[in-house]
Ligand binder design. Sequence first.
Ligand SMILES: Nc1nc2c(ncn2[C@@H]2O[C@H](COP(=O)(O)OP(=O)(O)OP(=O)(O)O)[C@@H](O)[C@H]2O)c(=O)[nH]1
Ligand SMILES: [Mg+2]
Length: 259
Amino acid sequence: MKKTIVIIPTYNEASNIPALASALWELDIPRLTILVVDDNSPDGTADVAEDLARAHPGYMYVLRRPAKMGLGTAYKDGFRRAFELGADIVVQMDADFSHSPSYIPQMFEYIDEYDCVVGSRYVEGGQLDERWGLGRFLLSWWANSVYTRLILGTKQRDTTAGFRMWRRETLEGMGLERIRSNGYDFQVELTYVAEKLGYRIKEIPIYFEDRRIGQSKMSNAVKIESALRVWDILWRHHRLSPADRMQPRLTPSRSGSST
Ligand SMILES: Nc1nc2c(ncn2[C@@H]2O[C@H](COP(=O)(O)OP(=O)(O)OP(=O)(O)O)[C@@H](O)[C@H]2O)c(=O)[nH]1
Ligand SMILES: [Mg+2]
Protein backbone atom coordinates (compact mmCIF):
# COMPACT_ATOMS: atom_id res chain seq x y z
CA MET A 1 0.00 0.00 0.00
CA LYS A 2 1.29 3.45 -0.87
CA LYS A 3 2.39 5.78 1.86
CA THR A 4 1.26 9.39 1.50
CA ILE A 5 3.02 12.18 3.35
CA VAL A 6 1.49 15.66 3.45
CA ILE A 7 4.12 18.31 4.12
CA ILE A 8 2.88 21.49 5.77
CA PRO A 9 5.40 24.30 6.26
CA THR A 10 4.38 26.47 9.18
CA TYR A 11 5.16 29.81 10.69
CA ASN A 12 2.69 30.80 13.42
CA GLU A 13 -0.04 28.40 12.45
CA ALA A 14 -0.81 26.96 15.92
CA SER A 15 -4.51 27.70 15.56
CA ASN A 16 -4.76 26.01 12.14
CA ILE A 17 -2.80 22.79 12.61
CA PRO A 18 -5.20 20.73 14.80
CA ALA A 19 -8.20 21.42 12.53
CA LEU A 20 -6.19 20.81 9.38
CA ALA A 21 -4.77 17.54 10.72
CA SER A 22 -8.29 16.32 11.60
CA ALA A 23 -9.58 17.27 8.16
CA LEU A 24 -6.72 15.37 6.52
CA TRP A 25 -7.19 12.24 8.61
CA GLU A 26 -10.95 12.35 7.99
CA LEU A 27 -10.23 11.87 4.28
CA ASP A 28 -9.74 8.22 5.05
CA ILE A 29 -6.67 7.87 2.89
CA PRO A 30 -4.79 4.83 4.17
CA ARG A 31 -1.51 5.64 5.91
CA LEU A 32 -1.89 9.40 5.42
CA THR A 33 0.95 10.92 7.40
CA ILE A 34 1.53 14.58 8.16
CA LEU A 35 4.92 16.24 8.34
CA VAL A 36 4.93 19.74 9.81
CA VAL A 37 8.06 21.76 9.05
CA ASP A 38 8.11 24.55 11.58
CA ASP A 39 10.56 27.44 11.79
CA ASN A 40 10.51 27.97 15.55
CA SER A 41 7.16 29.77 15.43
CA PRO A 42 6.76 32.07 18.44
CA ASP A 43 3.13 30.93 18.81
CA GLY A 44 4.25 27.39 19.64
CA THR A 45 3.06 25.68 16.44
CA ALA A 46 5.68 22.96 16.82
CA ASP A 47 4.52 22.12 20.36
CA VAL A 48 0.91 21.88 19.19
CA ALA A 49 1.99 19.61 16.35
CA GLU A 50 4.09 17.48 18.69
CA ASP A 51 1.11 16.98 21.00
CA LEU A 52 -0.76 15.65 17.97
CA ALA A 53 2.20 13.47 17.04
CA ARG A 54 2.13 11.89 20.51
CA ALA A 55 -1.61 11.28 20.23
CA HIS A 56 -1.27 9.76 16.73
CA PRO A 57 2.03 7.88 16.72
CA GLY A 58 3.37 7.23 13.25
CA TYR A 59 0.88 9.55 11.57
CA MET A 60 2.35 12.93 12.46
CA TYR A 61 5.95 14.13 12.46
CA VAL A 62 7.42 17.51 13.28
CA LEU A 63 10.59 18.88 11.78
CA ARG A 64 11.79 21.75 13.92
CA ARG A 65 14.10 24.30 12.38
CA PRO A 66 15.87 26.88 14.50
CA ALA A 67 14.57 30.07 12.84
CA LYS A 68 12.41 31.39 10.02
CA MET A 69 14.43 30.32 7.02
CA GLY A 70 11.91 30.49 4.19
CA LEU A 71 9.46 28.29 2.37
CA GLY A 72 11.88 26.83 -0.16
CA THR A 73 14.33 25.34 2.32
CA ALA A 74 11.41 24.26 4.54
CA TYR A 75 10.07 22.19 1.65
CA LYS A 76 13.46 20.86 0.65
CA ASP A 77 14.12 19.70 4.23
CA GLY A 78 10.57 18.33 4.32
CA PHE A 79 10.97 16.39 1.06
CA ARG A 80 14.17 14.77 2.33
CA ARG A 81 12.51 13.80 5.59
CA ALA A 82 9.51 12.43 3.70
CA PHE A 83 11.84 10.22 1.64
CA GLU A 84 13.44 8.93 4.85
CA LEU A 85 9.99 8.18 6.23
CA GLY A 86 9.29 6.05 3.16
CA ALA A 87 6.86 8.29 1.27
CA ASP A 88 5.55 7.06 -2.08
CA ILE A 89 3.32 10.11 -2.59
CA VAL A 90 4.18 13.58 -1.30
CA VAL A 91 1.67 16.42 -0.99
CA GLN A 92 2.58 20.07 -0.49
CA MET A 93 0.00 22.35 1.09
CA ASP A 94 -0.39 25.53 3.14
CA ALA A 95 -1.52 25.39 6.77
CA ASP A 96 -4.17 28.09 6.53
CA PHE A 97 -7.00 26.24 4.71
CA SER A 98 -6.43 28.11 1.46
CA HIS A 99 -5.83 24.62 0.12
CA SER A 100 -8.86 22.55 0.99
CA PRO A 101 -7.99 18.95 1.93
CA SER A 102 -11.15 17.90 0.10
CA TYR A 103 -9.25 18.12 -3.24
CA ILE A 104 -6.71 15.48 -2.26
CA PRO A 105 -8.86 12.45 -3.23
CA GLN A 106 -9.32 14.08 -6.66
CA MET A 107 -5.56 14.48 -6.99
CA PHE A 108 -5.19 10.76 -6.36
CA GLU A 109 -7.35 10.05 -9.40
CA TYR A 110 -4.63 11.49 -11.62
CA ILE A 111 -1.40 10.52 -9.86
CA ASP A 112 -1.01 7.20 -11.66
CA GLU A 113 -1.28 8.86 -15.06
CA TYR A 114 0.66 12.05 -14.26
CA ASP A 115 3.95 12.74 -12.49
CA CYS A 116 2.56 15.68 -10.55
CA VAL A 117 -0.96 17.00 -9.89
CA VAL A 118 -1.43 20.69 -9.13
CA GLY A 119 -4.35 22.41 -7.42
CA SER A 120 -4.80 25.37 -9.73
CA ARG A 121 -6.57 28.69 -9.42
CA TYR A 122 -6.19 29.58 -13.08
CA VAL A 123 -7.58 26.67 -15.06
CA GLU A 124 -11.23 26.58 -16.02
CA GLY A 125 -13.30 26.03 -12.91
CA GLY A 126 -10.56 27.36 -10.61
CA GLN A 127 -11.46 30.34 -8.46
CA LEU A 128 -9.97 32.86 -6.07
CA ASP A 129 -11.64 33.97 -2.87
CA GLU A 130 -14.81 35.92 -3.65
CA ARG A 131 -13.61 38.70 -1.37
CA TRP A 132 -10.80 39.55 -3.78
CA GLY A 133 -11.50 42.73 -5.71
CA LEU A 134 -11.05 42.85 -9.47
CA GLY A 135 -7.73 44.70 -9.18
CA ARG A 136 -6.18 42.16 -6.85
CA PHE A 137 -7.46 39.30 -8.98
CA LEU A 138 -6.10 40.81 -12.19
CA LEU A 139 -2.70 41.46 -10.65
CA SER A 140 -2.43 37.91 -9.35
CA TRP A 141 -3.69 36.40 -12.59
CA TRP A 142 -1.29 38.54 -14.62
CA ALA A 143 1.71 37.69 -12.41
CA ASN A 144 1.04 33.94 -12.30
CA SER A 145 -0.60 33.15 -15.52
CA VAL A 146 0.76 35.73 -17.96
CA TYR A 147 4.04 37.34 -16.85
CA THR A 148 5.73 34.21 -15.52
CA ARG A 149 4.46 32.00 -18.31
CA LEU A 150 5.56 34.46 -20.98
CA ILE A 151 9.10 34.54 -19.62
CA LEU A 152 9.47 30.84 -18.88
CA GLY A 153 7.17 29.46 -21.56
CA THR A 154 5.54 27.07 -19.11
CA LYS A 155 2.26 25.35 -19.86
CA GLN A 156 1.20 25.25 -16.23
CA ARG A 157 -1.19 28.13 -15.61
CA ASP A 158 -0.85 28.52 -11.87
CA THR A 159 2.90 28.87 -11.73
CA THR A 160 3.09 29.76 -8.02
CA ALA A 161 0.68 27.03 -6.92
CA GLY A 162 1.53 25.71 -3.46
CA PHE A 163 -0.86 22.76 -3.50
CA ARG A 164 0.68 19.81 -5.33
CA MET A 165 0.83 16.05 -5.24
CA TRP A 166 4.05 14.41 -6.38
CA ARG A 167 5.11 10.90 -6.99
CA ARG A 168 8.25 10.17 -5.06
CA GLU A 169 10.07 9.27 -8.29
CA THR A 170 9.26 12.67 -9.78
CA LEU A 171 10.61 14.57 -6.81
CA GLU A 172 13.76 12.45 -6.78
CA GLY A 173 14.19 12.97 -10.50
CA MET A 174 13.85 16.74 -10.09
CA GLY A 175 17.16 16.93 -8.24
CA LEU A 176 16.21 19.09 -5.29
CA GLU A 177 19.72 20.42 -4.95
CA ARG A 178 19.16 22.37 -8.18
CA ILE A 179 16.22 24.26 -6.69
CA ARG A 180 17.56 27.40 -5.05
CA SER A 181 14.66 29.84 -4.67
CA ASN A 182 13.27 30.34 -1.21
CA GLY A 183 10.12 32.52 -1.49
CA TYR A 184 7.15 32.45 -3.84
CA ASP A 185 9.62 31.82 -6.61
CA PHE A 186 10.34 28.41 -5.09
CA GLN A 187 7.04 27.14 -6.50
CA VAL A 188 7.80 28.78 -9.84
CA GLU A 189 11.18 27.05 -9.96
CA LEU A 190 9.54 23.67 -9.24
CA THR A 191 7.09 24.31 -12.09
CA TYR A 192 9.79 25.26 -14.57
CA VAL A 193 12.21 22.46 -13.70
CA ALA A 194 9.42 19.85 -13.78
CA GLU A 195 8.36 20.98 -17.24
CA LYS A 196 11.91 21.20 -18.60
CA LEU A 197 12.53 17.66 -17.38
CA GLY A 198 9.46 16.54 -19.31
CA TYR A 199 7.29 15.49 -16.39
CA ARG A 200 3.58 15.19 -17.05
CA ILE A 201 1.67 17.70 -14.95
CA LYS A 202 -2.09 17.79 -14.42
CA GLU A 203 -3.77 20.94 -13.13
CA ILE A 204 -7.10 20.47 -11.41
CA PRO A 205 -9.27 23.51 -10.59
CA ILE A 206 -9.51 24.56 -6.95
CA TYR A 207 -11.33 27.25 -5.05
CA PHE A 208 -8.63 29.16 -3.19
CA GLU A 209 -10.00 30.62 0.01
CA ASP A 210 -8.14 33.36 1.88
CA ARG A 211 -6.60 32.35 5.19
CA ARG A 212 -9.30 32.17 7.86
CA ILE A 213 -7.14 32.72 10.91
CA GLY A 214 -3.58 33.79 11.60
CA GLN A 215 -1.41 36.45 10.11
CA SER A 216 -0.27 36.87 6.55
CA LYS A 217 3.47 36.52 6.03
CA MET A 218 3.91 37.37 2.39
CA SER A 219 4.51 41.08 1.90
CA ASN A 220 4.31 42.97 -1.39
CA ALA A 221 8.09 43.39 -1.30
CA VAL A 222 8.45 39.60 -1.29
CA LYS A 223 6.06 39.33 -4.23
CA ILE A 224 7.99 41.90 -6.27
CA GLU A 225 11.29 40.24 -5.48
CA SER A 226 9.86 36.91 -6.62
CA ALA A 227 8.70 38.45 -9.89
CA LEU A 228 12.24 39.59 -10.64
CA ARG A 229 13.69 36.23 -9.70
CA VAL A 230 11.81 34.58 -12.55
CA TRP A 231 14.66 35.79 -14.77
CA ASP A 232 17.20 34.04 -12.56
CA ILE A 233 15.18 30.83 -12.77
CA LEU A 234 15.12 31.10 -16.57
CA TRP A 235 18.86 31.72 -16.70
CA ARG A 236 19.76 28.80 -14.45
CA HIS A 237 17.53 26.14 -15.98
CA HIS A 238 16.77 26.94 -19.61
CA ARG A 239 19.17 24.26 -20.83
CA LEU A 240 17.60 21.43 -18.84
CA SER A 241 16.06 18.53 -20.73
CA PRO A 242 14.55 15.14 -19.79
CA ALA A 243 18.06 13.67 -19.98
CA ASP A 244 18.91 15.70 -16.88
CA ARG A 245 16.54 13.81 -14.61
CA MET A 246 18.31 12.44 -11.55
CA GLN A 247 18.22 8.71 -10.97
CA PRO A 248 15.94 7.79 -8.07
CA ARG A 249 17.92 6.31 -5.21
CA LEU A 250 16.72 3.21 -3.46
CA THR A 251 17.11 4.22 0.15
CA PRO A 252 16.72 1.62 2.91
CA SER A 253 13.50 3.25 4.14
CA ARG A 254 12.04 3.02 0.65
CA SER A 255 12.71 -0.66 0.24
CA GLY A 256 11.33 -1.06 3.76
CA SER A 257 8.13 0.74 2.82
CA SER A 258 7.36 -1.54 -0.09
CA THR A 259 7.21 -4.65 2.04
N1 LIG B 1 8.49 26.70 7.76
C1 LIG B 1 8.14 27.86 7.17
N2 LIG B 1 6.87 28.02 6.75
C2 LIG B 1 6.53 29.20 6.15
C3 LIG B 1 7.46 30.24 5.97
N3 LIG B 1 6.81 31.27 5.34
C4 LIG B 1 5.54 30.87 5.16
N4 LIG B 1 5.35 29.63 5.66
C5 LIG B 1 4.14 28.79 5.62
O1 LIG B 1 3.87 28.56 4.25
C6 LIG B 1 2.48 28.51 4.01
C7 LIG B 1 2.11 29.63 2.99
O2 LIG B 1 2.32 30.89 3.58
P1 LIG B 1 1.17 31.98 3.71
O3 LIG B 1 1.57 32.95 4.76
O4 LIG B 1 -0.17 31.34 3.86
O5 LIG B 1 1.29 32.66 2.31
P2 LIG B 1 0.14 33.29 1.44
O6 LIG B 1 -0.98 32.29 1.30
O7 LIG B 1 0.75 33.81 0.23
O8 LIG B 1 -0.32 34.54 2.30
P3 LIG B 1 -1.41 34.65 3.46
O9 LIG B 1 -2.30 33.46 3.41
O10 LIG B 1 -2.10 35.94 3.20
O11 LIG B 1 -0.61 34.66 4.73
C8 LIG B 1 1.81 28.68 5.37
O12 LIG B 1 1.51 27.40 5.88
C9 LIG B 1 2.88 29.40 6.19
O13 LIG B 1 2.76 29.14 7.56
C10 LIG B 1 8.80 30.04 6.42
O14 LIG B 1 9.68 30.88 6.31
N5 LIG B 1 9.08 28.84 7.01
MG1 LIG C 1 -1.99 31.57 2.83
